[in-house]
Design a protein around this ligand. Structure first.
Ligand SMILES: [Zn+2]
Length: 172
């Protein structure tokens, strides 16, 4: 795992970018999309609790089953199932969840521990070994730029009339 804060910011950034591009959200309808981004961005690390973090030669470890495209496919199946039987259109939440989930796998693959994307085809982990988790490199190269992008895309999703209202308020 990268630090949870990095993954949460990445997931929320995916959501705000999506909401900004879709352009037709209300504050209320944006909430489930933001939640889907935050959950998708952090869910892969659930495997930390499913297995034994000290093991290396099994999929039941940290950076194991939660960090696979197979797990994402199971989650998508869950969205489709719930959407169908609850008669609720979850397509936007599913899309943002999936992109946020992928952002987690990609970000993790920048570090020193491999991500087993293709399990069960291969248990081999892929990583670029750019930096270690929790270091100044992670925060400087990933977390901070993501945070800036989150603020920029976050501002963008507020209707301009609301922003004008705030700045024309007499208390400003
Ligand atoms: Zn992770």
């Amino acid at each position: 795992m990268m630090t949870r804060i990095t993954h949460t910011i990445a997931g929320l950034t995916v959501a705000t970018a999506y909401i900004g591009m879709a352009g037709n959200h209300t504050y209320l309808s944006a909430i489930p999309v933001l939640l889907a981004g935050a959950i998708g961005g952090t869910l892969p690390d659930i495997d930390y609790h499913l297995g034994d973090a000290r093991k290396t030669n099994t999929i039941w470890k940290h950076r194991g089953i939660g960090h696979t495209l197979l797990f994402l496919a199971l989650c998508i199946a869950g969205f489709v199932y719930v959407g169908k039987y609850a008669h609720y259109n979850l397509n936007q939440e599913m899309m943002v969840f999936s992109l946020a989930f992928l952002s987690h796998l990609i970000l993790d693959s920048f570090t020193m521990v491999g991500v087993p994307f293709l399990y069960p085809l291969t248990i081999k982990g892929f990583c670029l070994r750019l930096f270690r988790v929790g270091t100044i490199q992670e925060y400087g190269l990933i977390t901070l730029p993501l945070l800036v992008f989150l603020v920029l895309t976050g501002i963008h999703i507020f209707p301009s009339s609301d922003i004008q209202y705030i700045f024309h308020n007499q208390y400003f």
